[in-house]
Design a protein around this ligand. Structure first.
Ligand code: SF4
Length: 330
């Protein structure tokens, strides 16, 4: 039995428009256990950030949850009032975004921001909260925290600021952290440190981490399991080692091509031809079929559902026994 922290079932995200409703995310289901990192990967427009925003109920209007369930430790949170949800964000769910300055107020010393979060959510005195803030800064690798606690965000480098944001996300002892492209704005040399820190802190604190990124390399370094999204759906989900060693979905294989190979002298940065369809023009059948190098008869007509393959699930007709038989008979 795993200790499931986040459970998402059949999540649907929609945008009402003049002529009806556009569905941006459909039938997305996954769980994340305590201490586990689920990487959610896909190109821009796949629906991964929308999924993260829906879970924490920070979808930009007119986007809205149009169906499904989101549970935190068994309790439904997609139906909570805005006030109840505000209390959960920052306490039970920590957030890390691409730009640290989304989370940090440039006008306040970082210590004050940490202490405010701690005293808002935990029953601690100011002095106790300051001690906890110092511990958190030390945990996230800020050198000489007692000297840096009274600094302002602009006095930190980008990587150090993201460490402070991680301290802020952890301040109230959350059960879940949602990190949306936490390293994209950072120098390559700092990226690896931040993802390693996220992984270590998640494990040590038994926090479930949803790591949203377009970068398969970051997933390979950090995640325990990976969900690959395309055109608003999960097309492959499974243990990261297996998905990286033997990706099943042609789209995952294409994403894998964008990781620089360690063995090869030259980087094999293969681009997947074409681009992610826009939400108003998602192709019929398998949404990937116009870009798929191995598309065959049923792909343009009927959409494949997720099929279990050992410890993974994949939505592709290549793995459907009936269609495989039809193809073999051709
Ligand atoms: Fe390619 Fe068809 Fe599989 Fe879609 S269902 S990924 S088009 S083979």
């Amino acid at each position: 039995m795993t200790d499931t922290v986040l459970s998402v079932r059949n999540l649907r995200i929609e945008f009402p428009v003049r002529r009806g409703t556009l569905v941006a995310v459909r039938d997305v289901s996954f769980d994340i256990a305590a201490g586990e990192v689920l990487g959610v990967v896909g190109e821009s427009g796949a629906g991964k950030s929308l999924t993260g925003a829906a879970i924490i109920r920070l979808l930009e209007p007119p986007g809205r949850i149009g169906g499904g369930e989101v549970r935190l430790k068994g309790e439904r949170i997609d139906t909570l009032s805005d006030d109840a949800m505000r209390r959960i964000r920052g306490k039970r769910i920590g957030m890390v975004f691409q730009d640290p300055l989304t989370s940090l107020n440039p006008l306040y010393q970082i210590g004050d921001q940490l202490i405010e979060t701690i005293t808002t959510h935990l029953n601690l005195s100011h002095a106790q909260a300051r001690r906890r803030a110092l511990e958190l800064l030390s945990d996230v690798g800020i050198p000489a925290p007692e000297l840096r606690i009274d600094n302002y965000p602009h006095q930190f480098s980008g990587g150090m600021r993201q460490r402070v944001v991680l301290a802020l996300a952890l301040a109230a002892g959350p059960e879940l952290i949602i990190a949306d492209e936490p390293t994209t704005a950072l120098d390559v040399s700092v990226q690896a440190q931040i993802v390693a820190l996220l992984k270590r802190l998640g494990r040590e604190n038994q926090v479930a981490v949803m790591l949203i990124t377009h970068d398969m390399g970051v997933i390979a370094e950090t995640a325990d399991r990976v969900a690959v999204m395309y055109a608003g759906r999960i097309v492959e989900i499974g243990p990261v080692r297996e998905v990286i060693k033997a990706p099943l979905h042609p789209y995952t294989k294409g994403l894998m091509g964008s990781i620089p190979s360690l063995e090869a002298e030259r980087e094999r940065l293969v681009q997947i031809p074409g681009s992610m369809p826009r939400i108003v023009a998602i192709p019929q059948g398998c949404a990937f079929h116009p870009r798929c190098p191995v598309a065959f008869a049923p792909c343009a007509a009927v959409r494949p559902e997720l099929i279990r393959r050992e410890r993974s699930e994949v939505a592709c007709w290549l793995y459907d026994k009936q269609h495989a038989v039809i193809e073999a008979a051709r």
